[in-house]
Design a binder for this molecule. Structure first.
Ligand SMILES: C[S@@+](CC[C@H](N)C(=O)[O-])C[C@H]1O[C@@H](n2cnc3c(N)ncnc32)[C@H](O)[C@@H]1O
Length: 240
């Protein structure tokens, strides 16, 4: 069926839209911002050369050399479904998604890649998912200042299967550095429990185009970011 696309915005216009998100201060306002942005989100992030879904999918796929089509993936803050699109290219095909914006979820639904999609306010209410359920839990583009709070972390860990993977991204531009260091502290604490192990951390210079000169890296107009991949250990069997 022919789908009407809105006119494409240029980079300056996209930057303006993203800067306007900073005017939303409450959680409700942020989610309303995403509701309004849903229709143009994918066109706009293409203009920004947003590479996080591609990078995170590559990273997660690298630890599943085989049987990708039988792995169940939870896409947390799935938005319009760009992460499932990238993972599908690698052979994954079982996706569940959660997000706090109804309109973003409606666009994800149109991809026909997710078997389950649920409205879920992250960091404030439990994840709508059973304990030890998922072969991989992935959160892309949502763990940053003013978006999903780090209080979501215990829930991400809870729903990951023993032996399963947790794949997270964050931006490493100036305004997000405190959030990034708090995220890394949480990940260190996880390793400290002995129940999780770090698989890899990928620092990426070209994450997406900067929305302001102050945020850009010194030698480019991009901001940087990082992908974190952790594994929940299989608890050793209790021998009596
Ligand atoms: C930048 S988009 C990323 C979407 C997708 N993962 C991607 O990479 O294209 C951030 C998403 O996080 C969701 N979000 C932000 N804060 C949230 C919260 N506290 N609870 C639920 N969803 C939230 C928004 O609705 C939006 O869909």
């Amino acid at each position: 069926m022919f789908k009407m696309e809105p006119p494409r915005r240029n980079l300056a216009e996209v930057k303006k839209v993203i800067m306007s998100a900073h005017e939303s201060t409450t959680l409700e306002e942020k989610l309303q911002f995403y509701d309004r942005w849903a229709l143009e989100y994918e066109q706009d992030v293409e203009v920004l050369e947003y590479r996080a879904p591609y990078l995170a999918a590559e990273c997660l796929a690298s630890v599943f050399p085989a049987d990708r089509d039988s792995q169940t993936i939870l896409d947390v803050a799935c938005g319009t479904g760009l992460v499932a699109v990238e993972l599908y290219r690698h052979g994954f095909c079982i996706f569940h998604g959660v997000d706090g914006s109804e309109r973003m979820l409606q666009h994800a639904e149109q991809k026909r890649l997710y078997q389950e999609l649920k409205l879920n306010i992250l960091g404030y209410e439990p994840l709508a998912a059973p304990t030890d359920r998922y072969d991989a839990v992935i959160t892309v583009g949502a763990l940053s200042i003013g978006q999903v709070p780090l209080s979501v972390m215990p829930e991400l860990c809870r729903v990951t299967k023993p032996g399963g993977f947790l794949c997270l991204t964050t931006r490493t531009n100036h305004s997000n550095l405190q959030y990034k260091s708090e995220l890394e502290k949480r990940l260190q604490d996880l390793e400290g429990t002995g129940l999780w192990e770090r698989v890899t951390v990928l620092e990426v210079q070209k994450w997406e185009k900067a929305t302001s000169m102050e945020e850009a890296s010194p030698d480019s107009d991009f901001i940087s970011g990082a992908v974190y991949l952790y594994r929940k250990k299989v608890a050793s069997a209790c021998v009596l």
